[in-house]
Design a protein around this ligand. Structure first.
Ligand code: GLR
Ligand code: MG
Length: 424
């Protein structure tokens, strides 16, 4: 088989005004949709970052992959490496909360974008689900958690109607958000994105969730926005409320000290984002759970390698998410299906995206009883809806956003807002 067509299509879709440690989400999130076609007529799909630096590399790669055998992932990696070395500026500051847009992650994120499409194409040509190329499924229902955010009712510049979730700033509103999400999707665990309002208030929201959903595993994620001292103080208030404490404080050293002092299980998608950081984290006992993300960990197979390393060193593993659509969700589901030691329900932003904004046929992928189900359909089991793709590409062309910037967006609400870390 030879690759005869590679198409990278940037898209934008509506994103609610979700608050986080950096600031606030812009009205549109960016992604890229990747198609690889073979001379035998199969198409493989991928989804990745649509921010300018990531997109530029993906677009550079389009022409260079023509003629390649889609089974030759080592050659894909070599081409990606050479292209990044030749074209990627080293100094691009990526959006901090989208680790895949860091310049240092350029190889692993571009490789991953195409690896998923290559694997999808391979699996389609063999008429097997993608997970079979990853060693087969140890589960076919992949658990995800309810991912709650503090949020405003509408964006500062209202480019479209306010979303239906409304404001969520206090305990009652957060409990209502959780209730709606759990009723709609059946999630069995809850994550609260924090690091944005005063820490005591965020902890009080966890207490309210604990009362409203007894027995539900709870997590809080301040994205490194609490000092070590604040993280210790909040740990005392939280007691044993949490399933794990996600990235409360910055740095491998800070997390290590926090674990030593509190004994709490710490999770991360910030201090362990590559294999070098993994090695250092093991030496320091900084984190007890790594949140993998194939988009910046170098694809589905490297995510399996990460999971194996976690197992070897007695570290738990689950999954991180940025704003994404269905191709990413199914890629996450297939790799999660192949990992025996996936110990926790994965994160996903998927419920925050609008029902009419999906690029795969059939619309939004169902999440039932908190799980995404994988089937025996070949590859990822998805077909592109070209009308929808064109619609979201138009949105990309007109939305005016080219690189995620949650800090700058927050400055539109609060002109003296600064990117402080830690803020509290
Ligand atoms: O677990 C995390 O740190 C994230 O999910 C990062 C995300 O980018 C989230 O904070 C966001 O989009 O605001
Ligand atoms: Mg996190």
């Amino acid at each position: 088989m030879k690759i005869t067509r590679v198409t990278v299509t940037p898209i934008a879709f509506r994103d609610p005004p979700l608050l986080n440690a950096s600031g606030i989400h812009e009205p549109y999130a960016l992604r890229s949709i990747i198609e690889i076609e073979s001379d035998t007529g199969y198409i493989g799909l991928g989804e990745s970052y649509g921010d300018a630096p990531a997109l530029a590399i993906q677009q550079q790669l389009q022409a260079q992959l023509i003629g390649l055998d889609p089974f030759n992932l080592n050659q894909l990696r070599a081409i990606v490496r050479a292209t990044v070395a030749a074209h990627a500026p080293q100094s691009i500051a990526g959006a901090e909360l989208a680790p895949g847009s860091h310049a240092s992650k350029a190889v692993s994120n571009a490789y991953s974008a195409f690896e998923v499409a290559f694997l999808d194409l391979q699996a389609r040509s063999l008429n097997v689900p993608l997970v079979d190329l990853l060693g087969g499924a140890v589960r076919d229902e992949i658990p995800f958690s309810a991912y709650l955010f503090f949020k405003y009712a509408q964006h500062v510049d209202s480019p479209y109607q306010p979303d239906t979730w409304g404001e969520a700033l206090n305990e009652e509103q957060i409990v209502a958000q959780a209730r709606r999400m759990i009723e709609a999707y059946g999630f069995k665990s809850i994550k609260l994105k924090a690091g944005t309002l005063p820490p005591e208030h965020e902890v009080s929201c966890i207490k309210a969730l604990k009362q409203a959903f007894p027995g539900y595993p709870l997590r809080i994620d301040p994205n490194g926005n609490w000092s070590l001292e604040t993280s210790i103080r909040m740990a005392q208030l939280l007691g044993d409320d949490l399933q794990y404490y996600e990235d409360p404080t910055p740095g491998l050293e800070g997390m290590s000290e926090l674990h030593r002092l509190t004994g709490l299980p710490l999770a991360t998608n910030m201090v362990v984002t590559d294999f070098d950081e993994f090695r250092r984290s093991v030496a320091l006992d900084s984190v007890q759970i790594v949140l993998a993300d194939h988009h910046y960990w170098g694809g589905l197979r490297d995510t399996q390698h990460l999971a194996k390393m976690c197992q070897t060193f007695g570290v738990g593993v689950s999954m991180h998410s940025n704003s994404h659509l269905g191709i990413s969700l199914m890629a996450m589901a297939h790799v999660a299906a192949s990992v025996p030691n996936l110990d926790y329900a994965c994160d996903t932003h998927y419920p925050w995206q609008e029902p009419d904004e999906e690029v795969v046929k059939g619309g939004k992928i169902p999440i039932v009883d908190g799980c995404v189900k994988i089937t025996r359909a070949p590859g990822l089991g998805l077909e592109l809806d070209y009308e929808q793709l064109a619609k979201l590409n138009d949105l990309y062309l007109t939305c005016g956003i080219r690189q995620r910037d949650d800090v700058k967006q927050m400055q539109r609400y609060k002109p003296d807002w600064q990117a402080l870390k830690p803020r509290f």
